[in-house]
Design a protein around this ligand. Structure first.
Ligand code: PLP
Length: 426
């Protein structure tokens, strides 16, 4: 077959876009060459429904080795007793937990989407909100932190079967012990979704929720810097029969329920090329260099948040404990929406995303906020002294979001600087 230039031209353009810009989307990162190589390997050709040693297809003895390496490394990374590395994405991992723990229509509690929660934590347009009865807890308006009183009160009133901590736009440490106490009080399962801070937790720079939660889910592609995918883990509670009763009337161990909720419950064949790439990423995350990297991610975020504050921006909660921050544009630019701000910054090759802020007066399509994160620029090699420079560039653009001359001057400076930070070896 002749080379598919239509697609390979797209890949070349995307590669150039990634190289020339400043990538500030908090959920993105740049994987290593070995992670890319594993993902683009012949393992994509193999069907392997089931789990290592128990497959529904022949010829799985080789991919079994990769999946077992991924499982062992992941257990070591977080001190987990049980892991499942097959979920195709973070949302799939969460769906499997719902399937293992709840019946359709059951009540669960998660952080409101408009306060930083994720779609799969109860949004009305997601399976979690469509098939289950979702109750949302909020942030505190004054502090910008989780309102634990609200969470506890809603837990006691609604008696959810599942309580979810974790978020897509929340920059502070969680009080997992407090949530576990109320979960135990009402007999709920406590799940933490660490999709965003997974890398910082792996590097012991944030509290490890495996000590408190029954179940932990994550993506592997954000701070953890692996391929796109999901994982499920359990700590000491893995052996407990907390799951729902099966149609045969048996009460199964939660680990067995989770395995069957992933396959055959919600997925078919696992992506063994992606699982191999997850194994590579977990191996990288076990090295001292990864801890150095995560320390820099956190330092860059703290300096960036302070630089925004110094320029008169409102940073929700007044700073960050992790890799991300949420800016409320209304204090500095009352008429500027997140949508217009995002478009102006993207035109200047600074990529970020509009985001609702807690108690936002605008819709999710307009928003009053922007979310920023430092995982990707830290992988590029940028250090804390460059964070005020980035905030200056952002500020220039937001002062004049519709002025082409300002945007092209910023874009030239961004492109000139980023060529000094090479990205891919091949
Ligand atoms: C907290 C959280 N959970 C789950 C997900 C879903 O991950 P995926 O996009 O891989 O389905 C995200 C993605 O942004 C997230 O932020």
């Amino acid at each position: 077959m002749t080379r598919d230039t239509a697609i390979f031209d797209v890949i070349r353009c995307e590669r150039e876009r990634q190289m020339k810009g400043i990538e500030l989307i908090a959920s993105e990162n740049f994987v290593s060459d070995q992670v890319l190589e594993a993902m683009g390997s012949v393992l994509t050709n193999k069907y392997a429904e089931g789990y290592p040693g128990h497959r529904y297809y022949g010829g799985c003895e080789v991919v079994d080795i990769a999946e077992n390496i991924a499982r062992d490394r992941l257990k070591q990374l977080y001190g987990a007793e049980y892991v499942n590395v097959q979920p195709h994405s973070g949302a799939q991992a969460n769906m499997a937990v719902f399937m293992a723990c709840l019946h359709a229509g059951d009540t669960f509690l998660g952080l409101n989407l408009s306060h930083g929660g994720h779609l799969s934590h109860g949004s009305a347009v997601n399976f979690s909100g469509l098939m289950f009865h979702a109750i949302g807890y909020d942030l505190d308006e004054a502090t910008g932190r989780v309102n634990y009183d609200d969470l506890e009160q809603k837990a006691r009133t609604h008696k959810p079967k599942l309580i979810i901590a974790g978020a897509s736009a929340y920059s502070r440490e969680w009080d997992y012990a407090r949530i576990r106490r109320v979960a135990d009080e009402i007999g709920a399962i406590f799940m933490v979704d660490i999709a965003h801070p997974a890398g910082l937790i792996a590097a012991s720079l944030l509290d490890n929720p495996l000590q408190y939660a029954h179940i932990v889910t994550s993506t592997t592609h954000k701070t953890l810097r692996g391929p796109r995918g999901g994982i499920i883990m359990m700590g000491k509670d893995f052996d407990n029969p907390w799951g729902k009763t099966t149609p045969k009337g048996e009460i199964k161990k939660m680990s067995a329920l989770l395995d069957s909720a992933v396959f055959p419950g919600t997925q078919g064949g696992p992506l063994e090329h992606v699982i191999a790439a997850k194994a590579v990423a977990f191996g990288e995350a076990l090295t001292p260099e990864f801890k150095t990297y995560q320390t820099q991610v956190k330092k860059n975020a703290a300096v960036m948040a302070q630089a925004f504050i110094d320029k008169g921006y409102k940073v929700i909660s007044g700073g960050t404990d992790n890799h991300s921050m949420l800016i409320d544009l209304r204090t500095k630019f009352p008429d500027l929406t997140g949508k217009v701000a995002e478009q102006a910054l993207v035109s200047a090759d600074i990529t970020t995303n509009k985001n609702m802020v807690p108690f936002d007066s605008r819709s999710a399509f307009q928003t009053s906020g922007l979310r920023f994160g430092t995982p990707a620029i830290t992988t590029r090699g940028l250090k804390e002294d460059q964070m005020p420079w980035i905030v200056d560039l952002i500020d220039h653009v937001l002062q004049a979001p519709l002025q082409d001359s300002v945007i092209s001057a910023v874009r030239e400076e961004v492109n000139r600087t980023m060529t000094q930070y090479p990205l891919f070896a091949w």
